[in-house]
Design a protein around this ligand. Structure first.
Ligand SMILES: C[S@@+](CC[C@H](N)C(=O)[O-])C[C@H]1O[C@@H](n2cnc3c(N)ncnc32)[C@H](O)[C@@H]1O
Length: 272
């Protein structure tokens, strides 16, 4: 049975309130297809029953599961290629030059999904910047979804996932095979600090950072939320720090203090 306006509006309001994610009218099918399996898992016959349960407001775990079901976790290793080229050839070399006295770099992947992005970054650093082995290097990765954070912590990927964007040479070097699964080796896994952060709620204490990767998450928010998060991210950056966004995301026309920089096909944003 298709979901009603009432059920759709309830879920839409809940997801906006909990995660700032905007679900557009017309996406009823999406809500239905994402929530039906969750309803069934709880022994409920329909999304209506799920909404009735949620309306009682006494089951925060269920709310969390609904939010997780409604997030889009699409990602891949070295996604979009150009950001990683810019990191290798421009952004990280510049940061290394700027931080050579302190010998400390703090990086934050702010919507890590299942971890392909921070692991790509960690491999890129190990392959291209061996000098950072003697620095204090922190790669903090966060997401709103505990399920995604658990996947990041485990570092376990299937064949399809490692086929997407990961060069075979890096697969062989940084992963061990376990049947049909590939598991990130411990030395790479240990480079990541995994934390729960809802970008749309007050942020927990985080250190000042040199590089924020906040890619392909702002697209889910409305303009007011985007501006507020980008302002907050600006405050979280050290001077000369850099923000990388997804290919369809920008700080332009938002009256923010970032300096827009260009490296070949990639725009990125600096705090000068
Ligand atoms: C499409 S993935 C992007 C993953 C990766 N950054 C990339 O570009 O490949 C979007 C991620 O944002 C997370 N997300 C959605 N709303 C969020 C919020 N309010 N706070 C933190 N993370 C959120 C989702 O759980 C999902 O893992």
């Amino acid at each position: 049975m298709a979901i009603t306006h009432r059920e759709f509006d309830y879920i839409k309001g809940l997801i906006k309130q909990e995660a700032a994610i905007v679900i557009d009218t017309g996406k009823e099918y999406l809500v239905e297809s994402r929530l039906m399996p969750l309803a069934q898992k709880h022994g409920l016959a329909s999304v209506k029953d799920l909404v009735d349960n949620l309306s009682k407001r006494d089951n925060q775990q269920l709310v969390t599961q609904v939010v997780e079901a409604m997030t889009t976790n699409e990602t891949s290793f070295f996604r979009d290629f150009y950001p990683f080229e810019a990191l290798k050839k421009k952004v990280i070399p510049d940061l290394i030059a700027n931080r050579s006295a302190a010998k400390e770099l703090v990086i934050w992947c702010a919507a890590t999904s299942s971890g392909q992005e921070p692991y790509s970054l960690a491999m890129l650093i190990k392959e291209n910047f061996p000098q950072l082995a003697t620095w204090r290097l922190r790669i903090i990765c966060s997401d709103i979804s505990e399920e995604m954070l658990e996947r990041t912590r485990s570092g376990v990927y299937n064949q399809l996932e490692v086929n997407r964007g990961l060069p075979v040479s890096l697969l062989m070097k940084y992963f061990k095979q376990d049947g049909t699964r590939w598991i990130v080796k411990d030395d790479l896994r240990r480079m990541l600090e995994v934390r729960l952060v809802n970008l749309a709620a007050p942020w927990p204490h985080l250190p000042q950072v040199d590089l924020i990767m906040m890619r392909n998450v702002l697209i889910y928010f409305d303009q007011v939320t985007k501006v507020s998060i980008l302002k907050h991210a600006y405050d979280q950056l050290k001077v000369n720090g850099v923000l990388l966004l997804g290919s369809t995301e920008t700080t332009i026309n938002m009256n923010l203090s970032y300096q827009v920089q260009q490296y070949e096909k990639l725009s990125y944003y600096s705090k000068l």
